[in-house]
Design a binder for this molecule. Structure first.
Ligand code: ZN
Length: 436
């Protein structure tokens, strides 16, 4: 038998075992739940509905409406979940996390994780981060790079999707890009070959290949670091741009060609400008946004993930510049809300420890100028659109995934209620219920 014939015989068998391995559980009857919601927040309509019924069959919402219309007392096939004293809302979405990071105010704390912790050890910790996220009501996250842990985010996602561990739906960026010399680990002897916190890439061809590689290994998003070396001049935040325009065109062009959207870490005016010029889809952090840049974002439909809380968390430990950035972002945020920039909820959880509830971002958004409803929309409808997943998540509507959370009080009156999520259903499964 020739070599090619042997391959031809071998390949179908390989596909067969792979497809079987992905569906190990035998088919079982889909679960059927009827949720009675005392109050239900509809972020799409910007309204609150009273005494609603939500029917869940398997992992999808089958029907929603006034409880008395949806509930059929003769039909005993649905298990009742009584949330009549609670406020029910769509599962929350955090569009900027790092499950493979555990907080890094200082360079030493970052290096400690990269240099002393193996990728398996960090991945074990990531499974805990994923469990914390979903328990806090975040049923979907966009995880924006592994900080040197290669493609371990894709493994965490796979373990969640196979039901091995609890966790949110994950949209993974894998390794992120920066050019030589523009990302830690840095500052060690040149005689040492140090690990990198990102995938280091230089030159358009190298970058195109690297995009293809990340997509091959499971990247849902491409992330790059647009700038570094931040400084304040005339009261505005500036930065040095990392990549040349040719490099960025290659990166964004190849990503879009492969149907992957691009997230740009961009903090200073120059970094944000370069990212927008190149066609990035989301601006991460964006502390240095000014009115002109906001207008460009609105025109191009680019989203902003401000990640306020991490900026507050690290500011005092990193000195004056980071304190200034924190304060500039507060001002930019208020203006962006007034102008109508699409602001998606993103926390940078992992940039601060996972023991801090990532719902703390909400209180800052409200303090800086959003209504409580706008803050909830940022973590539901707006974040779902950023992910191009609005057909499946972001609202409680018939046909969508049953990703549903509840709190005891009224988050529209007090947004910090969202730091105390009492009920979580993800994909039709009850993750926790403290409302019983
Ligand atoms: Zn981040």
């Amino acid at each position: 038998m020739t070599r090619s014939m042997a391959l031809a015989f071998f390949l179908p068998a390989l596909f067969l075992t792979t497809s079987l391995a992905q569906n190990p559980a035998p088919q079982k009857e889909p679960s059927r739940f009827l949720i009675r919601a005392g109050r239900l927040i509809d972020p799409k309509g910007g309204r609150v509905l009273q005494d609603q019924g939500v029917k869940v069959v398997g992992n999808r919402i089958e029907a929603i409406g006034p409880y008395n219309q949806v509930a059929n007392p003769a039909d005993k096939s649905f298990s009742l979940i009584d949330l009549s004293k609670a406020t029910v809302l769509p599962g929350l979405i955090d569009a900027h996390t790092h499950v493979l990071l555990q907080g890094d105010i200082t360079q030493e704390e970052y290096d400690e994780q990269i240099l002393k912790e193996s990728t398996p050890f960090r991945t074990i910790r990531a499974t805990v981060a994923a469990r914390i996220a979903v328990n806090n009501g975040f049923t979907a996250i966009r995880d924006l790079e592994t900080e040197g842990a290669m493609y371990a985010d894709v493994d965490v996602k796979r373990a969640i999707n196979r039901g091995i561990i609890p966790g949110p739906r994950m949209f993974c960026a894998t390794r992120a890009f920066a050019p030589t010399g523009m990302y830690p680990v840095m500052g060690y002897s040149w005689e040492l070959k140090m690990p990198e916190g990102v995938q280091i890439v230089d030159g358009p061809d190298n970058i195109r290949k690297a995009v293809r590689e990340q997509v091959k290994y499971g990247a849902d998003w491409i992330k790059f670091y647009s700038d570094r070396r931040y400084y304040i001049k005339d009261g505005a935040l500036h930065s040095k741009v990392n990549f040349t325009p040719e490099e960025l065109q290659a990166m964004v062009g190849e990503s879009h060609r492969l149907d992957r959207k691009v997230a740009a870490h961009a903090m200073g005016k120059e970094g944000i400008t370069a990212a927008l010029d190149a066609g990035a889809d989301t601006i991460e952090h964006g502390d240095g946004l000014d009115e002109e840049l906001m207008d460009r974002m609105i025109k191009k439909g680019v989203y902003w993930c401000p990640t306020i809380y991490v900026g507050v968390w690290v500011a005092d430990g990193r000195g004056k510049l980071w304190q200034d950035m924190r304060d500039l972002e507060a001002k930019a945020f208020g203006l962006a809300v007034k102008k109508g920039v699409k602001i998606a909820y993103g926390t940078d959880a992992g940039g601060y420890p996972w023991t801090e509830n990532q719902a703390k971002e909400f209180a800052y958004m409200v303090k800086y100028g959003m209504t409580t409803m706008q803050a909830i929309q940022s973590a539901t409808t707006v974040a779902a659109e950023l992910l191009d997943a609005q057909a499946d998540i972001g609202t409680i509507e018939a046909g969508k995934f049953a990703d549903i959370v509840a709190v005891a009080g009224d988050p529209l009156a007090d947004i910090t209620e969202l730091e105390k999520v009492k009920f979580v259903m993800k994909n039709g499964e009850i993750i926790k219920n403290e409302m019983k």
